[in-house]
Design a protein around this ligand. Sequence first.
Ligand code: DQA
Length: 150
Amino acid sequence: MSAPAKILVIHGPNLQLLGTREPKIYGKTTLEEVNQKLSEAAAPLKVTLDFFQSNHEGEMVEKIGTARKEYEGILMNPAAYTHTSVAIRDAVEASGLPTVEVHLSNIYAREEFRRNSLIAPVAIGQISGFGALSYVLGLTALVDRIRSAR
Ligand code: DQA
């Protein structure tokens, strides 16, 4: 039997505020609760997760840059950097790791500037609009892709 896949979960800027940040848009679930839901979903999928949150683009780039050594995939909500960061896009592409982009809100139903994702073209897919469930759906899809590629 092959070893359980290890997945890196990355939360971008301002997501540490979940629970109190614009609850009408992002819901009342805290970041800790999102991570808890992910851990519960990870157990039956037989994968292990590491969590990383940063408000700094460079830190996210560095984390993605070393991910290849330790992880088989990345589940990421790049938050505001989704719409601005060529550096994070390039880091994902360079990592060669299957990456799923997730968003709590439906970025296509909001302001015009949120409708463009620089990350989407280098991700294997994107899930947007289902609150904390976006993460769980994203994890399921990522694990399915990792397993079918093995
Ligand atoms: C977000 C959507 C982004 O546009 C926004 O900047 C965020 C959160 C989401 O999860 O819905 O910070 O990524």
